[in-house]
Design a protein around this ligand. Structure first.
Ligand SMILES: CC(C)(COP(=O)(O)OP(=O)(O)OC[C@H]1O[C@@H](n2cnc3c(N)ncnc32)[C@H](O)[C@@H]1OP(=O)(O)O)[C@@H](O)C(=O)NCCC(=O)NCCS
Length: 224
């Protein structure tokens, strides 16, 4: 199992943390999140890094979830900054959550890793949320994605409901809210994903707890 200390994951693999975003966002970010020094890459002057991020995002999210350039410019880089784990000039993992109108709450938009098995997804998400000083995170994720293993490390996922139909992968996705660092309940039960989807569609508010996705990929762990 990968380490739970983001700084240790970076040290073990010779990685560094960087933020890629608008100069206007810079003063609002904690650029030493969890004690890790962040390099700030000003998007206005770093077209090469913007293009590199766009390419890795397109490599990880295809078809209906492909990231249009205008969304990257208008909704990622103008309002805030993307967190990056870098190995030299290579992007190893990245996380972006958009600011929201609820103070302290961010909306998870994109988590990706190109080097699985290191805990890179967890490390970049932990550092980026700390950089935003986020207290609560909402977002949409896929029931059968190993990302659920990463998301539940930050606290129990309160399932708010199915993803809106307009989402490119609505049938496989759900909307969740997590109070960052909230304790995980002691008792849990593994439920088939098909059942969890049906109960969510019927309006039940499920709570997904760590480790989230069962090793068989077909069950989720729910608070009892
Ligand atoms: C999700 C993603 C970021 C994970 O990358 P990563 O953090 O480098 O992956 P890791 O190898 O460190 O594994 C992450 C977790 O998944 C677990 N995992 C690995 N294989 C698994 C499997 N087959 N089934 C369930 N969990 C699995 C790991 O054990 C780890 O959990 P743990 O720490 O509790 O043990 C990566 O797979 C990715 O980029 N996917 C495509 C994009 C995507 O779907 N993003 C999420 C959208 S919300």
């Amino acid at each position: 199992m990968p380490s739970t200390d983001p700084a240790a994951i970076l040290d073990a693999h010779g990685l560094r943390f960087a933020a890629l975003g608008s100069a206007a966002a810079r003063p609002h970010l904690d650029l030493a999140p969890l004690g890790v020094d962040a390099t700030f890459l000003e998007a206005e002057h770093e077209p090469g890094w913007v293009a590199r991020y766009h390419l890795v995002n397109l490599a990880r999210f295809g078809g209906p979830l492909s990231l249009p350039g205008w969304v990257l410019a208008d909704l990622y880089l103008l309002p805030s900054a993307i967190g990056l784990l870098l190995d030299g000039d290579d992007i190893v993992a990245a996380y972006y959550a958009a600011p929201s109108l609820e103070p302290g709450t961010v909306i998870g938009v994109s988590l990706l890793s190109l080097r699985e098995g290191l805990g890179a997804g967890y490390a970049v998400k932990a550092l980026t949320l700390a950089m935003y000083r986020a207290k609560v995170q909402r977002g949409i994720t896929q029931w059968r994605s190993r990302a659920v293993r990463v998301h539940t490390r930050f606290g129990p996922l309160e399932v708010e409901g199915p993803a809106p139909a307009v989402h490119g992968a609505a049938a496989e996705s759900f909307v969740y809210r997590v109070a960052l660092g909230a304790p995980t309940p002691d008792t849990r039960v593994a439920v088939p994903i098909a059942e969890a989807i049906a109960r969510t569609a019927a309006g039940e508010r499920l709570t997904i707890v760590g480790p989230g996705l069962h090793a068989d990929g077909e069950h989720v762990w729910l608070a009892e």
